[in-house]
Design a protein around this ligand. Structure first.
Ligand SMILES: [Zn+2]
Length: 133
């Protein structure tokens, strides 16, 4: 048996790598470099914990639990990325659009700027009103 077969046999039924383990590896690596540069007390310990947790996950036979952790991580990642994207998107949006509220049902309505006086029909209650865009 060569080393590759041995490794395959050893890893059989174990969880292995996923997005979370790659992320933890990168975080651990960054912290390691920060620790080497600035000698921050406690960071070496955190790196050990992160890498230890990472190996524990990779070698774990409890695949559903590891899978659930990864799903949670991906959801969190989506939310964080969405927050940054959403924040930038809203600022861009206000440059090109006005936000008005319907006088009757106060539904928010987005109107493109620079079209002069426009008649707006509320998409919710069909009330018509005029606004400068
Ligand atoms: Zn309305």
């Amino acid at each position: 048996m060569n080393w590759r077969d041995r490794l395959n046999r050893f890893m059989y039924g174990r969880y292995g790598q996923d997005e979370l383990s790659r992320f933890l590896l990168i975080v651990g690596f960054i912290l390691l470099i920060l620790d080497l540069l600035f000698r921050i007390p406690g960071v070496g310990m955190i790196v050990l914990l992160i890498l230890g947790y990472n190996y524990f996950r990779m070698l774990s036979r409890n695949v559903p639990a590891r899978y659930a952790e990864n799903q949670k991580f991906l959801q969190l990642k989506d939310r964080v990325l969405g927050f940054f994207r959403g924040g930038r998107g809203r600022a861009e949006d206000l440059k090109t659009n006005h936000i008005y509220r319907c006088p009757k049902c106060s539904q928010k309505i987005r109107i493109p700027r620079g079209k002069g006086m426009v008649e707006i029909t509320c998409p919710k209650c069909r009330t018509r009103f005029r606004k400068r865009s």
